[in-house]
Write a protein that binds this ligand. Sequence first.
Ligand code: PMT
Length: 398
Amino acid sequence: MEQQSVKRILLGITGGIAAYKAAELLRLLMKQGMEVQVAMTEAAGHFITPTTMQGLSGKPVFTDQWDASAPNGMAHINLSRAADAIVIAPATADFIAKLAHGLADDLLSTLCLARNCPLIVAPAMNREMWQNAATQRNIAQLLADGVRVLGPDCGMQACGEEGMGRMLEAERLAQDIAAFFQPRRFLGRKILITAGPTYEVIDAVRGITNRSSGKMGYAIARAALEQGAEVVLVSGPTALAKPHGAQGVDVVSAAQMFEVVQQQVGDCDIFIGVAAVADYRVAQPSEQKIKKSAATLTLELVPNPDILAYVAGLPKPPFCVGFAAESEDLAKHAEQKRCVKNVPLLVGNLAQQAIGSDDNELVLFDDSGSHVLPRADKLTLARLLMQHIAQRYEGASK
Ligand code: PMT
């Protein structure tokens, strides 16, 4: 499996109130394993200090074109050559105008002009400034020049007005920047994913569920989106926000999840069953709260439909990936499940490490044997898993 190389970002900050969000963006980019070098305009220093950004990045922050610490006196060349992408966040109307006209009168604008790597800008300004014909002309020029523009967003602005122009939230920017570097392996492919737990009603206030948080399934949905797929995410009850761009369908019970999967599976290319679906439901749930009594209470449970087995058994099934959370003998039980459910790829994980946690370790079982994806955060694992699925899917569809 090919290694994902560490991406180097030059984070440029210009002088707008949204500069405070750049600190969080820096932290999130580094959390995703990126190396970040910060350069700021003089105006940006009025909103956030270089010291803050230095403290967070662990690197000196460049602000001055004439910085004597660059031995060759060419900070603009050194910085732009050392980056895989330049991200300007926030990008003010003034800075966007400079970029559109190729001006280079400070370090940041000069290194943008001198770049030989992609440029990504996240506009942030008052709504009237954003709507102004001059700004719109400049943005159109940037797009024509191949610059990637992320946002802006609509909503309440620092000036108290409401409208288009606020910078995208750091979380969303970090997602989009990470996606920018992912190969578009699944362009034109529809991937259907189940995630989270299901909840089977016992009575008006009680139910049977499990501790699945949805984190693994949502991470896989995000990785699939990053790699260009159209994603339908069918989710049991979780506290998570759907990844931007996914078509989310919320369900509660296994029966509802089954119904939605049946509706969606027709034109899907890949099905990934990450959900911890309840194997049983209560035969006769009570509409009213069951009253406590001294007598033993027995609930009759009936089996739920097996969604993964149904999809894998379709006359023309999509490429099916199952999951298995086991508390012991992972390899034995996972291989058994792969055979019983008749899926080409089954992903095993240890329940006690996997459920609810941010990190996981996966073992992939397919015809070629088993393959370990060592312990890492779930998004990193999801990206590697999608890479593996792409190889198997391409092999299977030849
Ligand atoms: O959500 P997190 O907190 O991040 O945790 C992730 C996870 C541990 C839940 C996930 O990684 C995982 O392992 N999910 C599968 C849990 C499981 O053990 O499922 P199972 O053995 O009951 O089912 C095997 C496969 O059949 C799964 O792909 C499951 O989605 C599917 N299945 C099961 C029963 C059923 N009625 N319908 C199904 O589709």
